[in-house]
Design a protein around this ligand. Structure first.
Ligand code: SF4
Length: 237
């Protein structure tokens, strides 16, 4: 089983628990205004790899994984290559490697069962907590993400909610309180991560000749990030 990969990160500590081998899969149907990885959008880009090859690469770092680490599939949107992702995770489970999948959740959960049956944790990038912002800046319906979360809850798959904090759009206490409300409704959520909006990706947009939709917005200051994170309580640990 072959699939297309944008890049790898050997010893990542930001995409899931512990130390992780991260594979960024090629292809995403969305066009989020804050996207850091526009170079993953093209489903025909990147380099082709066999699923077995990805797992062999992950195994090289097994001694760093400890009790909590493992592999993370990110992107792009890993569910764009569902069969490939399912095969990687199936093989990882054969090798007792913990599996994590980073997704926008703007997907049909019923079609993702083959992947999710071998997924130990989902990193769900909930972009906003307001339907209007989803429609304006993501291009999918927030209800689709909530339906996906409902599915994860039914299947008892642990979830980390993640959100990029973008000044003027979602850097408010009200937004974080709404995130907490969502987390409380779905016991599968045991963690929330707030990530600062970054503009280091501007050069990628420039090289692609594409406008960075949020290039005019400021990055949040660290003090504001701390204030918002303090609202997370037990979900922030
Ligand atoms: S879902 Fe992720 S990769 Fe796709 S456009 Fe949005 S931020 Fe970029």
């Amino acid at each position: 089983m072959k699939g297309r990969i944008h890049s790898f990160q050997s010893l990542g500590t930001l995409d899931g628990p512990g130390v992780r081998f991260v594979a960024f899969l090629q292809g995403c149907p969305l066009r989020c205004g804050c996207c850091h990885n526009p170079d993953t959008w093209d489903g025909q880009g990147g380099t082709e790899y066999e699923a077995e090859d990805i797992v062999r690469r992950a195994e090289r770092y097994r001694s760093y994984f400890g009790q909590t680490g493992g592999i993370t599939l990110s992107g792009g949107e890993p569910f764009m290559q569902r069969e490939f992702a399912a095969e990687i995770f199936r093989l990882c489970h054969e090798q007792k490697i913990h599996t994590c999948l980073d997704t926008s959740g703007c997907v049909d959960a019923e079609k993702c069962g083959q992947v999710l049956m071998h997924t130990d944790r989902v990193l769900l990038d909930i972009k906003y907590t307001e339907a209007a912002l989803y429609e304006k800046h993501v291009g999918c319906k927030m209800q689709q993400v909530i339906s996906f979360l409902q599915y994860l809850n039914r299947e008892n798959i642990p979830v980390t909610l993640r959100q990029v904090i973008i000044p003027t759009l979602n850097d408010t206490e009200e937004n974080v309180l709404r995130l907490l409300e969502i987390a409380r409704q779905y016991p599968c959520v045991d963690k929330i991560e707030l990530l600062p909006f970054r503009k280091i990706c501007q050069t990628k947009y420039d090289m692609m000749g594409v406008a960075f939709p949020f290039g005019h917005l400021p990055e949040p200051d660290p003090g504001r990030m701390d204030e918002l994170r303090q609202l997370l309580g037990r979900y922030g640990g």
